[in-house]
Write a protein that binds this ligand. Sequence first.
Ligand code: SF4
Length: 281
Amino acid sequence: MELIPYTFNPWWGCTRVSAGCDHCYAERIDLRAGGGHWGKGAPRRTFGEKYWAKPLQWDAEAARLGQRARVLCASMADVFDAERPAGALERLWELIRRTPHLDWLLLTKRPARIQRSLPPDWEDGYANVWLGVTVEDPAVAVQRVPLLLETPARLRFLCCEPLLGPVNLTPWAPALDWVIAGGESGPGARPVHPDWVRGLRDQCHTSGVPFFFKQWGASRAGNLLDGRRWEQLPPSLGQRILAGRIRSSRHPVDASPTSSSLRNRPSPALPLESDPYGARD
Ligand code: SF4
């Protein structure tokens, strides 16, 4: 996703946990690179100092430009995997603390492990961490979304990709800050029904939750839904504080209109009255 320019993997490797893992692209990439890092008991692949220093460079660049940058964390792993390399998660939290100009997207299929994995100074969440769970079908939604919402965080999001069934987010939508949806791609991809995507879009609209439709996947090209792209993003941290959605406590930000957090690009915020769905053409 080009709106997330950086990807950082504290390690490679994982164990499948649900139907959304059936065609895990990360496992395929690992196999092409030699494999051996997937499944219970398999050692995870680790990386050296030079790799771990990269986010510090990205942070310096973001500071220089006066523009926050997003980092997808653990595209080749699950950040809350119990079998992570010793000390890797603690080192990741330290790195996140040292990179205040980066917004880290931590996405997991293991929300039951989030609370025990948070750092001692997490309190109501680090200002630069977006916490999300993957939701591929209705059964998983019931299991994972409440666990996410029980966890204090400055921004909570869902990644409904690969979308494998009609998910009803209505009970939880008002507490969510962002929903991403997408179909599956790659060998053996399962098709996504347009009504499943429409359902999520409409539930988000009703609750004022920004909705981002990433791709149809194998079923068709592109990301047009009913002739439009749906690429809404959550409001910036400053905007969420001003709107009263979160408290500004131990991670104060300058919420003035000229602050860098408000200049965070792009922030179409919630749907506009004049544009029923607030989607970009
Ligand atoms: S949790 Fe993610 S990385 Fe792990 S097996 Fe499932 S899809 Fe792959």
